[in-house]
Design a protein around this ligand. Structure first.
Ligand SMILES: NC(=O)c1ccc[n+]([C@@H]2O[C@H](COP(=O)([O-])OP(=O)(O)OC[C@H]3O[C@@H](n4cnc5c(N)ncnc54)[C@H](O)[C@@H]3O)[C@@H](O)[C@H]2O)c1
Length: 249
């Protein structure tokens, strides 16, 4: 229960879904956590429920000034940031031709430019802390392609690559940077999707936000020999195809 005692974390998109589960898990492990999100009401409610170990501030990940304020407020409240979870993200569906250019840009802005701004903003704070861990929440869409998800796929592949560049840039400051690649997870983002998308997985169900949060705790606390690496949590979705086996039945 004390694997993150003394750590100061900032979790983007922390008001709900995977981010909320990470906030709860980090706080349970003894970390102080700044929750950031654009969802004011949900963020405040989570902060009130989780108590003195957490604070909330409204911050849009695409805004450089919002990042500067969030990091400054975290330092003032808890001390230098030593854990960053770049979790905030959006999904938009549409083929290459159907997708409006403004939508493509918006997805990249939130899912890729946002984490880049975040890493820039926290790096000096992590230097003051003496070390740090940055976890970038990519997706299985950062490991393979999906039809009608071009903008999302591009953003998540970009974040996977950015993770490796950042791991190299920040290594000499004792900052590890890893990417997390969830498959289908039950959150508000996937609320409209049914179980059919998981039937061909070796583990044929949606994952839970808590399962992703447990991986985040492991990466933050225990994965001390890993940086620049990809950590997949997808019920085996990217392992391979099970279709041939089903046909033999
Ligand atoms: N749910 C899944 O199946 C799944 C799978 C793979 C990857 N992911 C990734 O996990 C992350 C979390 O997803 P989730 O399923 O919890 O989604 P969600 O929609 O439930 O939560 C995302 C959070 O990000 C916040 N957010 C959106 N835009 C923001 C912005 N500009 N600034 C700050 N906050 C913003 C939202 O308000 C929300 O609280 C995302 O990056 C998503 O792409 C999710």
């Amino acid at each position: 229960m004390n694997r993150l005692t003394g750590r100061v974390a900032l979790v983007t998109g922390g008001a709900r879904g995977i981010g909320e589960a990470v906030v709860r898990a980090f706080a349970d492990e003894g970390a102080s956590v700044m929750i950031t999100d654009v969802l004011d009401e949900a963020g405040r409610a989570l902060q009130e429920e989780t108590g003195t170990a957490t604070r909330f501030c409204v911050a849009d990940v695409t805004s450089e000034s919002a990042w500067a304020s969030a990091v400054a407020e975290t330092e003032r409240t808890f001390g230098p940031v030593s854990l960053l979870v770049n979790n905030a993200g959006i999904v938009e569906f549409g083929s290459i031709e159907e997708t409006d250019p403004a939508v493509f840009r918006r997805v990249l802005d939130i899912n890729l430019f946002g984490p880049w701004l975040g890493m820039r903003a926290v790096a000096p704070s992590m230097r003051r802390a003496g070390d740090g861990v940055i976890l970038n929440v990519s997706s299985t869409a950062g490991l393979m392609g999906y039809a009608s998800l071009g903008a999302y796929v591009a953003s998540k592949w970009g974040l996977r690559g950015l993770t490796k560049a950042a791991a190299l840039d920040l290594a000499s400051d004792n900052i590890r940077v890893c990417s997390i690649h969830p498959g289908p997870i039950s959150t508000p983002m996937t609320a409209g999707m049914d179980d059919s998308i998981t039937v061909s997985q070796p583990i044929p169900r949606f994952g839970t936000p808590q399962e992703v949060a447990r991986m985040a705790v492991f990466l933050a606390a225990d994965a001390t020999y890993s940086t620049g690496s990809e950590f997949v949590i997808d019920g085996g979705a990217t392992t391979g195809s099970m279709i041939l086996n089903s046909e033999q039945d």
